[in-house]
Design a protein around this ligand. Structure first.
Ligand code: ADE
Length: 252
């Protein structure tokens, strides 16, 4: 997968892009990320990227011409013969979720535009953006952290990046459920013990426990996800049991 990033703070990306899973994916050539400085596409002596707003008011607005020049230069036909899909990170965008991550990963080539929150000339959005994406209903000062969030989520969808394909499949949100709990040594921490089944060596029993625990975690923490989740017969049974138990408690 190829990702280009356009920002006025390219230096923010370096440590992130060289570390951990994303760093290794880049070293192995599974993921290509190129970060470009918007100021390289300015034409004035001061390399300015913003100006006063028409109509007055506080704050500066990012001016359209550098964005349009940069987007034309960077999203041209890639080696796959496709123009890259241009995503503006903005709190006004559609909220990112795992389905959107997978859809964007499928596009193969992305250009991520990191605006500053104070404002960006509306014509950038109209002329140079295919889609706006938000990472959540809160406001950050710019699209740089959201772009990193998106890059990390995308990298996990690239085949071969996450060691075992299985571990992506079983991760939170894969079947629309949260992950089951995990334990490692020691077997007891301050009186809290690892569930016996995990020490039993019975792989079928462990798998079944994990499936039930995924339902329980989702039921307790994010019940809103259950409607769309794909459940096995055993998980359906567990959900019924949890609902019945809750019904009993409410009736008390
Ligand atoms: N820029 C500022 N806030 C943002 C958010 N929540 N998501 C994406 N881009 C942003």
């Amino acid at each position: 997968m190829r990702i280009a990033v356009l920002t006025i703070f390219p230096e923010l990306f370096e440590p992130f892009l060289s570390t951990s899973l994303v760093g290794r994916a880049r070293e192995r050539g599974l993921l290509e990320v190129a970060v470009h400085d918007l100021r390289d596409y300015t034409e004035d002596r001061h390399r300015s990227v913003d100006d006063e707003p028409y109509g007055g008011g506080g704050g500066m607005v990012m001016t359209a011409p550098p964005w349009l020049r940069a987007v034309r230069a960077l999203s041209g036909e890639g080696p796959a013969g496709r123009r890259s899909w241009r995503v503006l990170l903005s709190p006004q965008g559609r909220r990112l979720d795992e389905a959107k991550v997978r859809e964007l990963a499928g596009r193969g080539e992305l250009l991520l535009l990191c605006g500053r929150y104070e404002g960006i000339d509306e014509r950038v959005r109209r002329l140079a953006v295919d889609e706006e994406v938000s990472i959540g209903d809160y406001v950050l000062s710019g699209g740089e952290l959201p772009a990193m969030v998106l890059i990390e989520a995308l990298s996990r969808q690239v085949p071969g990046v996450v060691g075992l394909d299985k571990s992506v499949r079983e991760d939170s949100f894969r079947e629309g459920l949260l992950d089951h709990p995990h334990y490692t040594r020691p077997p007891e921490v301050e009186g809290s013990r690892v569930p016996d089944v995990l020490l039993s060596g019975d792989h079928a029993a462990i798998e079944s426990w994990r499936e039930r625990e995924a339902v329980r975690a989702t039921f307790e923490k994010r019940p809103d996800l259950l409607d769309a989740a794909e459940l096995t017969a055993e998980q359906e049974k567990e959900l019924e049991r949890l609902r019945a138990r809750e019904g009993v408690r409410e009736g008390m």
